[in-house]
Design a protein around this ligand. Structure first.
Ligand SMILES: Nc1nc2c(c(=O)[nH]1)N[C@H]1C(S)=C(S)[C@@H](COP(=O)(O)O)O[C@H]1N2
Ligand SMILES: [Mo]
Length: 344
């Protein structure tokens, strides 16, 4: 365990202790057949349990901190279930097995994978209980993976299948949204390198029209983009630091983990925008409309630990709109700041 001062990985924020945000799918597949958890692939023995049988394998405990890629963290979660290493012993993977894919009982057959080496170091748990109660359905109940030491997208909810493989099988988020396949929060392995080529990026920036485009990780820092049209654009991890974005329209866009530090966002629109993990420190939000925006892990100011004070605050005026419901998602420090500076 890292020392207390080093306990929070870089650029993460602590969520209030009584909160546990919901991320990704909300429910398992609607399916009447009995829930089974199977182990297959490159193993000496295929295994197949009912939930009761799996629960009876052991009652192991795991206390761990959760770190979501959208920048919220939660300390000291207590989980109970079956240690993954027991499954490895029971299934005896063959020497060719190098990867493990965890597949969910969900409509999109959600999955994620890890190397067998990482799994033996990280000691994950097949969890049935969290903090003394059965796992809530929305959090992956009756059974989910909990993988310590990786961003939480490596922990599949509603576990149904475990496959031992010779070649990697990229998971849902890794494939669809470009989340990093290694996902180490201490190395900030959030995203793979951008796939967008520089010429396309330059052309779209010149046209100031991003509508509906997939522009993940685009670098538009310090650009003149007043009046930008970016409705429904995919802008995860985009860099708009210091950009001029007066009157820009980001309605229904995805700006998860985007850098908007110091941007001029006067009279801009973020209606229904995903701003999870986005950094708006020092941005000018006078007249901006953030109604219906999702604000889990969003920052509006930075905290300087040396002077223990707030630095680089966002600017609000009496025309800035943020819904009460959206504020619920902020971390404590951010909430206090916004409450103090936003007109009631
Ligand atoms: N089946 C399934 N598992 C999933 C996801 C998902 O969308 N579907 N999202 C992942 C992500 S990104 C996170 S942060 C955690 C969220 O778990 P929680 O909703 O219990 O907080 O689940 C992970 N496991
Ligand atoms: Mo996540």
């Amino acid at each position: 365990m890292p020392s207390p001062s080093k306990r929070l990985p870089p650029n993460q924020q602590l969520i209030l202790t009584d909160r546990w945000p919901l991320v990704g799918e909300r429910l398992p597949r609607d399916d009447d057949s009995p829930w089974q958890v199977s182990v297959s692939g490159l193993v000496g023995r295929n295994l197949n349990w009912t939930l009761e049988e799996l629960r009876d394998v052991s009652r192991d405990e795991l206390v761990t901190d959760i770190h979501c890629v959208t920048r919220w963290s939660k300390y000291d979660m207590h989980f109970r279930g079956v240690a993954f290493e027991r499954i490895v012993s029971l299934a005896s993977p063959t020497p060719e097995a190098k990867y493990v894919s965890f597949i969910a009982r969900s409509d999109r057959h959600h999955s994620t994978s890890l190397t067998l080496d990482d799994l033996s170091n990280l000691k994950p748990l097949i969890a049935f209980e969290a903090n003394g109660s059965p796992l809530a359905g929305e959090h992956g109940g009756p059974v989910r993976m909990v993988v310590p030491g990786r961003y939480f997208y490596k922990s599949v909810k509603w576990l149904e299948r475990i496959e031992f493989l010779a070649e990697d099988q990229l998971g849902y988020w890794e494939e669809q949204t470009g989340y990093h396949n290694h996902a180490d929060p201490w190395k900030e392995e959030r995203y793979l390198a951008p796939t967008l080529d520089k010429r396309t990026a330059a052309r779209l920036i010149a046209a100031r029209d991003f509508r509906g485009h997939d522009l993940r990780s685009i670098d538009a820092s310090d650009r003149q983009l007043d009046g930008l049209q970016a409705q429904r654009a995919l802008l995860r991890n985009a860099n708009f630091q210091g950009a001029a974005l007066r009157g820009a329209n980001f309605s229904e866009a995805n700006l998860s983990n985007a850098n908007l530090i110091g941007a001029d966002l006067r009279d801009s629109r973020f209606q229904g925008t995903d701003l999870e993990g986005a950094d708006l420190s020092g941005a000018n939000l006078s007249g901006a409309d953030l109604s219906g925006a999702s604000l889990f892990g969003t920052s509006f100011t930075q905290h300087d630990s040396t002077s223990n004070s707030t630095i680089n605050p966002a600017i609000f005026d009496d025309k800035t709109i943020v819904n009460h419901e959206s504020l619920e998602a902020l971390t404590d420090g951010q909430l206090q700041f916004v409450r103090q500076h936003l007109a009631p």
